[in-house]
Design a protein around this ligand. Sequence first.
Ligand code: TYM
Length: 350
Amino acid sequence: MTDFSPLVFSGVQPTGNLHLGNYLGAITRFVEMQKSHACIYCVVDMHAITVWQDPKELARNTREVTAAFLAAGIDPAAHIVFNQSQVAAHAELAWVFNCVARMGWLNRMTQFKEKAGKHRENASVGLFAYPTLMAADILVYRATHVPVGEDQKQHLELSRDIAAKFNHDFAESIAAHGFGDAFFPLTEPLITGPATRIMSLRDGTKKMSKSDPSDFSRITLTDDADAIALKIRKARTDPEPLPSELDGLKERPEAENLVGIYAALAGVTREEVLRDHGGSQFSAFKPALADLAVTTMAPIAAEMRRLLEDPGHIDGVLTDGADRARGLAAATMDGVKDIVGFIHRSIAAG
Ligand code: TYM
C-alpha cells in the first residue's frame, strides 16, 4: 500500500454564533492534535456561501473563527491556519471530485436534506455539492486524520468513498505516474471524547447549532460570564438528581448533555463527573457547571476580543497560512492533473 505521512486537516464555517459545541467538539481537539501531528486548520468561507451570507458579516465571522483558533491555543507558526478561498486548489479539486462522486451518493446526505428542507428546488447547487468540496479540502493535502464532531461523520465517509473511487478509476494512471497503488489516503475521521455531540440547552434531542433561532439554546464563544451563567441556569433539565453511573443517563438527554459538557470542560470522563456529582440535584450541579464554564471560557472570550481589535494581524496570519497551504496543494494538483491527463505547466516545462 502507498504510505501517507500523518497529517491532520479540519475546517470550521464562518457563519456566526460560534458555540460551545464547535469549541468542545472540534477546536479544543484541534489544539490537542497539534502536539503530536502536523496540522492544517481552515476557515471554510467557500462552504459558508452555499447559503447566502452578508459580505461584511462573512469577513467579520472569518476573523472571529480565526481569533477563536488562536485564542484556544492553535499555533499558526508551527501549523497552518488560513481561509479556504485564498487557495484556489480547493475549488479546482472539488470540480474533479464532482466528476467522481455520484448523484446518488450526494442525494443520501442528511445535512443537505435538513438544510434544503422542503425547498430543495430552491437550494443552491453549491449546497448540494458541499460534500465534494469538503473532500477536496481534506484530500488536496492528502490529509490522513480529520477531527470533527459527530454531525460530520457522513460527509467524511463520503470523502473516503470519493478517494477510493478516484484511486480505483485511475489505478493504471496512478501506478504509471509512480504513485503506487493509491494517490489519495482513506482519511480517518477522529470523532472522540465526551463532546462529539453537544445538544441544545433548550432541547436535549436537538444538537447545539449556529442556526437555532433561540440564543438560549447555545453558549457562544463571545458570551460574557453573566450570559453563560444565565443560560446554564435556564437550561432545560428533568426533576431527578444526577445518577452515579452512566447507565442512569439513558432516556435523560438533557442530563446527559450537561454531564458531557462538564466532562469536556474539566477534561475528565463522564464517569468521573458522575462519581463526584452523582446524587446532586440540578440546583447544585448547574452552579458548579456555570463556574467551570465561566472559568474555562472567559479567558478565551477575552483573548478573542483582544485579537479582534487588530484585524490586520489576523489577516496576516490567514495570508501567511494560505501561502504555505498553496504550496502543498499545488504539489497534489500536479499529481492529479498528470493522473487525469490534463496538460499543465509542469509537463510543459519538461
Ligand atoms: P461546522 O462549521 O458546522 O462545525 C465546525 C466543527 O464543530 C463541530 N460541531 C459540533 N461538535 C459537537 N457538538 C455540536 N453540537 C457541534 N456542532 C458542530 C462540527 O462537527 C465540526 O467539526 N462541514 C464542516 C466544515 C468543513 C470541514 C471540512 C470539516 C468543511 N470542510 C473538512 C472537516 C474537514 C462544518 O460545517 O462544520
